[in-house]
Design a protein around this ligand. Structure first.
Ligand SMILES: NC(=O)c1ccc[n+]([C@@H]2O[C@H](COP(=O)([O-])OP(=O)(O)OC[C@H]3O[C@@H](n4cnc5c(N)ncnc54)[C@H](O)[C@@H]3O)[C@@H](O)[C@H]2O)c1
Length: 432
């Protein structure tokens, strides 16, 4: 294995960019590769397009000559290792779409050289790295994985919005095609990350990532189910979870919400479900959790209807503000956000809808929710908020002033327990 002093990172999104900067800080030169020219241009100019990545971090590494961005795949010839962090969405039939991985593999292959290391980080089903990715790399390069070049999988564990989550501190699981591949990948990540957790194969590493996300999806579904069951018994599920979490062992809190969001938890479980079918295995637990979570927006909209009904109003004709568009608190990422589903459901029942999100002043373009692109966040003023019949809290950003909300909004439907501890008027607050 040759010494690694320069690496390529393909896909400079929420995963690839912070990872690249961490390697750059650790003394490894990084060439970031992306097909999105706008991203490449902004990185070269020292600008960030991700809220929690500060422009100074990029500028510092660019100035030190440690980080460069490009859309030219031929620059793979300058590196000794490549890490792939491209998207792995579902297609319109809700099946895994690994085309981004395969296109990247095909783009890399002609530039692969003997002794290089290729690591996949994108979340995917077991067998992608040693199956489809390996094939496309071997075919395009004429080299053999595990013999001429090293191949490994290492799942990403980003925690967006958590200021304490630093790439270097999060243990990194790594699996290689051969023991030598594992050793090469372990050595590479060891340069930038404190603790490496080797596992026996690429498949075990791929499966580890799926377990982590399925665990969250299933437990969120349980919290959502208990929210409905306890709610019917007039018991506040938030109070129950907060009490239960004082148990110092055998319990971990998960919280209910308006539905799943982001590009991991609503999507990744279906990568396993799809692959399991090939082995004649069913994934009932995972699918049931998906069903419960998917039903949440409709349940929440029905709570909005109940709340308005208590004021002799209907959704039809009411002005309703969805508070929080991002899929989780304190991030600017609205991909797969349940807020879109809420806006759409309320609108289809005749409401006049708006949203407020300090992180997203304008709705970004997206494939799934194109109709909202360009819509502007309602300003946070007393007049504007008082002009709505109801405010539905979908995402509880910490920077929102909930005290003002309680003063101004006539009716609040809270899916996040954001108003906990604040004084409200009788009948003003509905938990959902
Ligand atoms: N964001 C997270 O918190 C997170 C956490 C864990 C795992 N993941 C996984 O990591 C992977 C990447 O996620 P992300 O959130 O960084 O996605 P992202 O959409 O933010 O970034 C992906 C980047 O890849 C680029 N790209 C697409 N095709 C390309 C190609 N052929 N060549 C070069 N660049 C290409 C895109 O332009 C984009 O900049 C996914 O598999 C995701 O499931 C994400």
């Amino acid at each position: 294995m040759q010494k690694i002093d320069t690496i390529g990172i393909v896909g400079l999104g929420y995963v690839g960019l912070p990872l690249g900067l961490q390697f750059a800080r650790s003394g490894v030169k990084v060439i970031g590769l992306d097909i999105d020219e706008a991203k490449v241009r902004s990185l070269k100019a020292g600008q960030s397009y991700i809220h929690h990545i500060k422009p100074e971090w990029i500028q510092e590494q660019v100035a030190r000559g440690q980080f460069d961005a490009s859309s030219d795949f031929a620059r793979v010839r300058e590196v000794q290792a490549v890490i792939i962090c491209v998207p792995t969405p579902l297609n319109k039939n809700r099946e895994p779409d690994i085309s981004y991985i395969l296109n990247t593999g095909a783009g890399l292959a002609p530039h692969l050289q003997k002794g290089m290391l290729v690591v996949l980080e994108s979340t995917t089903y077991p067998g992608t790295t040693d199956g489809e990715l390996r094939e496309v790399l071997e075919k395009g390069s004429g080299l053999k994985a595990g013999v001429d070049f090293h191949l490994a999988f290492s799942p990403e564990r980003e925690d967006p919005g958590n200021p304490d989550s630093q790439v270097a501190e999060i243990p990194k699981v790594v699996g290689g095609l051969t023991p030598a591949c594992l050793e090469a990948a372990t050595r590479l990540y060891g340069r930038a990350i404190k603790r490496i957790v080797p596992v026996s194969s690429c498949r075990a590493a791929e499966a580890t990532k799926l377990l982590e996300n399925i665990f969250r999806g299933v437990n969120i579904a349980l919290a959502n189910e208990l929210k409905m069951v306890y709610g019917a018994m007039d018991i506040d599920v938030w109070e129950v979870i907060n009490a239960a979490k004082t148990k110092p062992f055998g319990f971990m809190p998960f919280y209910p919400g308006p539905g799943l969001g982001g590009h991991c938890i609503p999507i990744d479980p279906f990568y396993l479900t799809w692959k399991a079918r090939e082995f004649g295995q069913s994934t009932r637990f995972i699918e049931l959790a998906g069903e419960v979570n998917t039903a949440m927006p409709e349940w929440v909209v029905n709570r909005v209807a109940d709340a308005l009904n208590s004021r002799r109003k209907a959704i039809n004709g009411s002005r309703i503000l969805v508070l929080g568009l991002a899929y989780k608190a304190n991030v600017d990422d609205a991909r797969e956000s349940p807020s879109y589903v809420l806006l759409e459901k309320l609108k289809s029942r005749g409401a006049e809808v708006g949203y407020h999100d300090p992180y997203l002043p304008v709705v970004p373009p997206s494939r799934e929710h194109a109709q909202w692109a360009g819509t502007k966040s309602v300003p946070w003023t007393e007049t504007a908020i008082k002009g709505f019949d109801a405010v539905l809290i979908s995402t509880a950003h910490a920077s929102v002033n909930y005290r003002e909300l309680a003063e101004w909004a006539p009716l609040i439907i809270d899916t996040r327990n954001a108003l906990a501890g604040l004084t409200v008027k009788p009948g003003q607050l509905w938990k959902a």
